[in-house]
Structures are given as C-alpha cells and as structure tokens.
Design a protein around this ligand. Structure first.
Ligand SMILES: Nc1ncnc2c1ncn2[C@@H]1O[C@H](COP(=O)(O)OP(=O)(O)OP(=O)(O)O)[C@@H](O)[C@H]1O
Ligand SMILES: [Zn+2]
Length: 727
C-alpha cells in the first residue's frame, strides 16, 4: 500500500479499503454537487468511477464548481471533471460520459455494472429516472439535493427502503393573475414574468405568449361584469360607464393589444436583418409599443389601470435614452457589475442591443423556437432590460442582472458549502453501504457491517441499510443544536407506483383534457416517465422510441390532439384503466382514470394524480401481500430512530479532513420535527400562494422543490419553461 493510502487503510480497515479501491461507482451529474463527490471519491481511495453529465461548463458555474476554470468554459463538464480529479489522485480510473442519463446507452444494463450509484442532479425528472434504473438493476442509490443553505441526502435501496418516488414530488407554484402581469404589476417578479412573455412573443412560440391575445384585461372586463350584473345600480350612478362606453373601452383595449402584436410582427426579414439600422428601428418600434403607447393609450380608458396601486407613467424612447445618471441608488459601492442596478439608459441600450444580437446571424436560425434560459446571458439581458423598463413605468424597484436571473429562473442561488456538505455525506454513506454490501468489518466503527451469510449479496436486504442515514442540512441549529440532522430511512410507500407496483389514479375532465396532455403533462411532466407506451385494453394508443414505422407514428401523433374520451379503443373515461410501460426505465404501471372537472383558478393543472381513495390493485393476492409488508414497514417506521455515530466511521481522524469535518457534525439522530403540513424542506417562497387578485386567469410559476432538489417544472433543464398561462 502506498503512503497515499496509509491513513485510509488504517481508518477503514484493510478489507473495507480494498473494497473501496475496487468497487465500481457511478456519479450522475457533474455540477455543484457532482464535482465535490468526485473529489471526495478520489481522495478517499475509490478507484473505479464513471461520471455522466449532459452539459458543458458555463461561466456561471465557476464560482462554486471548483474543478472548473475559465479556460474550461464551453467544454464537457464530465470530461473536464475527470481530467482535473485525476490530478488529485492519478491512481483512480475515471470514465467520463458526456450525455443525458436518460439515453438508451445508460439503461438498466449500464447501471447493473456498478456497486453504488450517486445522484448529483438538479432536476426531478432525471432523479426519478435514475431511481427507476436503480430499482430495476437492484443497485443502491445515494441521492442528494440542495437549495441555498438547505440540503438533504437520502439512500434508496431496492424495495427495502423508500425509493425517490415514494414521497410524491409536488409542484410548488406561485400563482399570478394574468391581469397582474399584463396590467397591474406591483412587484419586480410581475415585470420579469411579463418580460419573459415578451421574449416568447418576439423570438419564441408567439402563440403561447400571454401577450399574443387581444382580449381585454380583467379590469376592463370586470367593469362590464359589474355593470351587467346590476343594471339598476348603474342606472342610478351617473358616473358609472354605460355598457356602450364599456364596449368602446374594450374595443380600444383590443386595438392597443393588436398594435403591440403588429409592432412585434413588423420584424425585418431576409436581407433586412443584416441592416443594423433596420433592426434597431424594429427594436425601437417594439419599445414604443410596449413602454409608451400601450400605457399612454390605456390611461385614457375609463377603467384603464383601475386595479393598479399606482397609475403607470409612459416612457418614451428619448426620455429613457437620456437618463444615464439617475438611479444609482441600488448600486452597491464596489459591487460586482452584474449586481448593480442599471440606469434607464443602460436598460434601453441593453434592450436594443439584445434585440439586435438575437436577430443577428448566430441566433436568427432559431427564431420562433427560442426559449428564455437564465444561463443564456443574451436572453437574460433582454429580460432584465425589458423588465426594468416596465418596472420604471409602474414605479417598481428595478433589479440587477444577478437578481433577475434568480427570479426569472426561479432559483435560489446555490451555495458551495452546502453542496460540499451533502457531497461529503454522500461519500460517507457510500462507504457504509459498501461495507454492508460486501459484508466487511469496519475498523474503529461503533456500528457494524452485517456479518457474512450465504444470502445473495446482490439482493437488497434491510441489513444493507441498517447503518444508513438520511441527513438534513439546516440553516439554523435544530434538535440538539446541530446543523445536521440524521434520520433512519423510511420504509417503501406501498402506494408508490415506482417501487410499490401501485395503481396511479388520475382525476381529469376526460371530455377536454387531451391525450397529448396525458403524455406530456401527466406521464412525463409529473410522473417522470421517459419513453411511454400506452395501452388501452389490447390496443396500443401510443409509443415512443426507435423501431416505429411511419404508420404507427402517424397513428400515435393523430391521437395526441384528441380529448381522452375521444381516443380510439372506446376512449379514456371514468373508470378506464390505462396500461403504461417505459422500457427505458423497465417500469410498468396502471392508471385508473376518474372523471372530474377542475376550476382553473383552484387547480391550474386541471388534473390530479393520486386521489383520496385507496384503489385496490387488480391482483388481489399481490394486494394482500403488499398490505402485509406495508403493515410491517409501517410498524418499523414507528420504532425510535436509531442513534447514528457517524463520526465513528473516520474516528482515527487521519482520513480526508473534509470527511472528518462533516462526519464530526453528524452526531446523533432523531426524527426531524415537522410542523403540520410541512413538506420536506419546502421553502417559504415555494409554498403555493395566491396573489391578491385571484382573477379568473392565472399565471403559474413553478419553483424549486427541495425534496426534489430542483425546479419541479418537469423539463430536463429544469429552469425556464415554467410559466403556465391559464385563461
Ligand atoms: N438528464 C441528465 N443527464 C445528465 N446530467 C444531467 C441531467 N440533468 C441534469 N444534469 C446535470 O446535473 C448537474 C447538476 O448540477 P447543478 O445543480 O450544479 O447545476 P448547474 O447546471 O451546473 O448549475 P445551475 O443550474 O445553478 O446553473 C448539471 O451539471 C447538469 O448538467
Ligand atoms: Zn417508491
């Protein structure tokens, strides 16, 4: 044994250390948590590691993803992480994969070759996917997520402990009425959401932008409602507008909306796009339409901006361009460039310049398909400039690029220390699991690995996780005054459709909800299915993936716009059971559909998964077995939580300093006290809250879900496609 490893061997004991050297570990994700894990693994002697990441290095990663330097910007995260980690320990064998873990090549067969899998991902969809691969391959998964100062690690082992899906991941949302966004903003976030909609209108899928419609806003429409509901009151109130006047206002409102849409549509095309002056004139036309004309015009309407706290002020291009020196108020002396509040002139220049670049030769190819991405500096500049200009009009404080990025991407900025803590904990858990898996004794530990037996070591057994802990990283000391709280691992949830083989109930209005929505919003968006096949009785209604012929694809695509009830094979209605299978996740389950009509205001999703009533599974035998195991599991979950002396793992104190530092803070465990109704690490801002005006229309902004550790919008990048507009 080389001197490099002497301390590790003394700490872990020769047998366990030999296992550490030879076991195969997969790390999924090479971002904030992943690079920390990789460093910990190589420093702890792990000798056979593979790492998967789909992304390339962005400048914004450099502040915390310490393996990366500015020279690496644009390069593959997994490959650079490998290269730099090898400098810490050239003995390690590291294989880097640049790709999406959902790709076929990383399927169950790939996962099967590893002893342990560590998740270091930032979105629920990918974490669900890896969870299912690990369930299928019977491999222990050590998962983690952080949200600012808060963090959590969790261990999922086969069907012996709760899997990642056992606790349903709810989408945490903030809801804004559409009229708040379009007419009566009073917070920066309202203007930022509006600016993202303007971006969509100008460069993305315009039809999906809430600014594309020409219908009048709530304030105008409401006046109409009030008037028609109480004609007598109107007759006696001389100031009340007549229905003819209201109609007139509504038409004017429509007119100004059309003008905005027209201004946006007046985009130069062909050779015109290469003329700087022409493109700048276009940017100015849009500027005039949205920051000046709309406001000026609407102020003249009887009910224009009636609901606004303060009446807005139109902003002319000349005025904005001349205000270079004002508003340094928010500027912190010596602050970073991106963290200062820009002047109106800077915002105006940034607005025009970003339009020019977005229509420039490099970007114009994706016109109509562009999507705002908080990590794309150009789209962020557009949204920051536009939202600040609107903030000015509505007397709302402006925000820096940095703050706008946080609000627009619904992110809580990551903290390197929290990432380092959870990565340290994951590494410790990997060692504990390994000891149990390989049934090797651990030197100096107060806990013991299970003794060897003739049992199949591949099958998960309760003993495998007897010493494992889920750990919560808190911001303030909790329990006995520690920042880390360890708990035992919960048993599987018998109602989990991933590991419990349970029936999923879906309540939905089958006469309106489309089959395409079932695929995209329910199966992929909510349940994390990767490549769904859908069967109704013996008919295949849908499938994805390779090997489909043209006729099949045509038939499947033709089903998508149909309402569920109108689907082939008798339709999907109350009581229908649909079979869903995902070969890429080696998972199948049944969905029982219930007919239910939702009010968009109360449930903007227009569907619910789960349901109050427990639904019996079709197979009665399996059902009773499941119940018996659930009862058993439930009773064990009531047992007092074990005390975990995690620091004992490295009690000689001669191993990696960082691991010891982490271990020494995890002293004992008790069940983390939860307040009524509290979700795992749900942050204040992530609780669903309705704004003051609970109008018929709503905008829903998905937020970060720490239990999921990521933005819960369901898309893989997890960021930006998260504003849902509901009329
Ligand atoms: N499906 C996936 N397959 C492979 N890697 C993934 C997948 N989804 C996410 N990742 C990777 O997981 C990592 C998560 O790291 P992190 O949370 O630090 O995010 P980031 O993208 O690096 O930073 P930020 O989102 O804050 O800009 C990222 O490097 C991301 O590319
Ligand atoms: Zn489960």
């Amino acid at each position: 044994m080389t001197a490099r490893y002497a301390h590790l061997e003394r700490s872990l004991g020769a047998d366990l250390f030999a296992q550490v050297r030879s076991c195969k570990v997969l790390v999924v994700g090479s971002g904030g948590i992943g690079v920390e894990i990789l460093k910990n693994l190589v420093m702890s002697g792990f000798g056979d590691i593979e790492i998967v990441d789909l992304d390339t290095i962005d400048v914004s990663n450099l502040n915390r993803q310490f393996l990366f330097r500015s020279k690496h910007v644009g390069m593959s995260k997994s490959e650079v992480a490998r290269e730099v980690a090898l400098q810490f320990n050239p003995d390690a064998k590291i294989v880097a994969h640049h790709g999406n873990v959902k790709e076929e090549r990383f399927g169950v067969q790939f996962i099967s070759k590893f002893d342990i899998v560590l998740n270091a991902l930032d979105n629920v969809g990918a974490r669900q996917h890896v969870n299912r691969l690990c369930l299928a391959a019977k491999k222990p998964l050590i998962d983690a997520g952080t949200q600012g100062y808060l963090g959590q690690t969790n261990i999922h082992v086969g069907r012996e402990t709760a899997c990642f899906d056992c606790e349903p991941k709810t989408e945490n949302k903030r809801t804004f009425a559409i009229c708040t966004i379009r007419s009566t903003p009073d917070k920066p976030v309202h203007c930022i959401v509006w600016a993202k909609e303007l971006f969509k209108l100008m460069f993305g899928n315009a039809e999906e932008s809430m600014l594309s419609g020409t219908e009048p806003d709530e304030d105008i429409a409401d006046a109409n409602k009030e008037e028609s509901a109480d004609p007598d009151a109107n007759a006696t109130n001389a100031d009340a507008p007549s229905s003819a006047e209201i109609k007139e206002d509504q038409n004017k409102e429509k007119e100004i909306r059309s003008q905005i849409v027209e201004a946006v549509a007046s985009r130069p095309s062909g050779d015109e796009l290469d003329k700087d002056e022409t493109v700048r004139a276009y940017a100015r036309r849009v500027f005039d339409a949205v920051f000046d004309h709309e406001i000026r015009f609407k102020l003249q309407l009887r009910n224009g901006y009636k609901g606004a706290n303060k009446r807005p002020t139109p902003l002319t291009f000349e005025e904005a361009s001349s205000k270079a020196d004002e508003d340094a108020s928010g500027q912190q002396a010596g602050g970073l460039k991106d963290q200062r509040i820009m002047s109106l002139k800077e915002c105006t220049d940034m607005f025009v310049d970003s339009v020019v670049t977005l229509l420039g030769p490099e970007r114009r190819g994706s016109l109509g398909d562009m999507v705002f991405d908080k990590d794309d500096a150009l789209t962020l500049r557009f949204v920051t400039a536009a939202s600040n200009l609107r903030c000015h009009c509505f007397n709302i404080e402006r925000k820096s690029l940095w703050d706008t990025k946080g609000i627009a991407g619904n992110i809580i900025h990551a903290i390197a220390t929290t990432n380092a803590i959870v990565a340290g904990l994951q590494t410790l858990e990997a060692i504990k699991i390994l000891a149990a898996l390989k049934r090797v004794p651990v030197a100096n530990a107060t806990w013991r690995a299970p003794s060897a037996s003739a049992e199949d070591t591949d099958a998960a057994s309760p003993a495998l996780t007897a010493n494992s802990t889920a750990v919560w990283v808190a911001r303030e000391p909790v329990g006995r005054g520690y920042l880390l709280q360890a708990t035992g691992l919960p048993p599987p949830n018998p109602k989990c459709f991933s590991c419990g083989n349970a029936l999923v109930t879906l309540s939905v209005d089958t006469s309106k909800f489309t089959f395409g929505d079932l695929i995209d919003r329910v199966l992929k968006g909510r349940l994390g299915v990767n490549l769904p096949s859908i069967m109704l009785d013996a008919s295949e209604l849908y499938a994805e993936g390779d090997g489909l012929d043209e006729d099949e694809v045509e038939f499947f695509e033709a089903n998508k716009p149909k309402a569920l009830a109108d689907c082939p094979a008798g339709g999907i209605k109350e009581g229908t059971i649909v079979d869903v299978e995902d070969f890429s996740q080696d998972m199948k389950f049944k969905v029982l559909v219930h007919q239910k009509v939702y009010d968009a205001e109360e449930n903007p999703d227009l569907f619910e998964v789960g349901g109050e009533e427990p639904v019996a599974k079709p197979d009665a035998k399996e059902d009773s077995e499941e119940k018996a195991s659930a009862d058993k599991a439930e009773s064990s979950s009531d047992a007092p939580v074990r005390t975990q002396e995690v620091e004992a793992i490295m009690s000689t104190g001669k191993d990696g300093e960082e691991l010891v530092a982490v271990a020494s803070t995890v002293v004992s465990s008790s069940k983390r006290p939860r307040e009524d109704g509290e979700k795992d690490h749900e942050s204040e801002g992530s609780k669903r809250s309705k704004t003051d005006d609970e109008g018929a229309a709503a905008v829903v902004v998905s937020e970060i879900d720490l239990a999921g550790g990521a933005k819960a919008s369901g898309d893989d990048d997890g960021d930006d496609d998260d504003v849902i507009c509901i009329d």
